[in-house]
Design a protein around this ligand. Structure first.
Ligand code: NAD
Length: 326
């Protein structure tokens, strides 16, 4: 597993190793521990026999070859994941997301047979004004982040078509939940509001995103890992579409603060207006259904940040230092 010290990867591994049948699993996490990582995210599983952590880069061919050789599946989460950072400096996005994915695929090909789940994003489809993007929708990424993910998806699928490697791609919508680095909108806004600071809302605030709880994303990835078909793409949606303004209003309410805490700021460059994925395929083929009610999930998330300042305060300071150097 790559990127296991990040937001989604760590939740995935905590869920897997906490589930029935986990005694049969041996999972090695490869993670470079970039600014976005939190090794503490893995404290719950660190002591388990089935868990091993390796600090390293997915672009390191020798290390990746050695690790892949000892495993029968790869679940690939590692990425540079913050769109705003990709606008200021996209080099690391291209290196990690594109080159890193290709290094992993090469190792999987040489040391297989094994299956490879590549975790991607709805952002590869670009903005869609009405209806929803199905898996066959043309890729039209707009940010350097989205372009790097689209490139990695295409390389992954090419390894299936060219070499027959068992590659499965997932494309999910915006994730939310506990332990998300406080540069992304929900933890950024919640932690600002808990600190009595205003929240910066981009443009007119009418950009629309579909929200997917971490538990549901993990459910979808597990269905694809265990029962998905080689060479297929599966969209994973959450079923709650909101404009950023609507989301902000819910966060203000959850934190008990007035609308004067919102500061409208200049829009993000190339800001996609709306993402929406059609997840009929994973529903009909694999039985996926988002289970977490958004109101409940959001309340739990806000409560988690309220109760876990020790976790996010150092990360927030790190994020602010990084933003100053951008
Ligand atoms: P994250 O930024 O929280 O974590 C990324 C992890 O990858 C970190 O632990 C980091 O140290 C590691 N990493 C980065 N570069 C690496 C490298 N070169 N070698 C090894 N490890 C490296 O990201 P996340 O939000 O957990 O996202 C996980 C995956 O899901 C990504 O592929 C992302 O594109 C995708 N995704 C995320 C969302 C979302 O809402 N967060 C939505 C759609 C898709």
């Amino acid at each position: 597993m790559t990127g296991g010290a990040g937001f989604i990867g760590s939740h995935y591994i905590r869920t897997l190793l906490g589930s029935p049948g986990a005694d049969d699993l041996q999972i090695t996490v490869l993670d470079k521990l970039t600014y976005a990582a939190s090794p503490e995210n893995l404290d719950e599983v660190r002591h388990l026999d089935g868990f091993r952590f390796v600090a390293g880069d997915i672009c390191d061919e020798a290390l990746v070859a050695e690790l892949v050789a000892g495993h029968d599946q790869v679940v690939h989460f590692a990425a540079e994941s913050h769109v705003d950072r990709s606008i200021h400096n996209s080099a690391e996005f291209t290196r990690t997301n594109v080159l890193g994915t290709q290094v992993l695929l090469d190792a999987a090909l040489r040391h297989g047979p094994l299956s490879f789940v590549h975790v991607s994003t709805d952002e590869v489809y670009g903005s869609i004004a009405t209806a929803s993007s199905s898996e066959t929708h043309p890729l039209s990424p707009n940010s350097p982040y989205a372009a790097s993910k689209a490139a990695s998806d295409l390389i992954a699928l090419a390894y299936h078509r060219t070499h027959g490697l068992d590659v499965r791609v997932t494309r999910c919508s915006n994730n939310y939940g506990r332990r998300q680095f406080p540069e992304k909108v929900i933890p950024l806004f919640v932690t600002n509001l808990l600190d009595g600071k205003k929240v910066p809302l981009y443009g007119d605030g009418l950009h629309v995103r579909d929200w997917l709880h971490l538990d549901d994303h993990v459910q979808g990835i597990e269905l694809v890992r265990t029962r998905g078909r080689a060479g297929e793409v599966y969209n994973i949606g959450g079923g709650t579409e909101l404009s950023n303004r609507e989301l902000t209003e819910l966060l203000l309410e959850a934190c008990g603060v007035p609308s004067t805490m919102v500061e409208y700021v200049a829009d993000r460059k190339g800001h996609d207006r709306r993402y929406s994925v059609d997840w009929t395929k994973i529903h009909t083929e694999l039985g996926y259904e988002p289970r977490k009610d958004f109101t409940v999930g959001l309340a739990e998330t806000v409560a988690w940040y309220r109760d876990n300042r020790d976790w996010w305060e150092p990360l927030k300071a790190r994020a602010e230092r990084l933003a100053e150097t951008c």
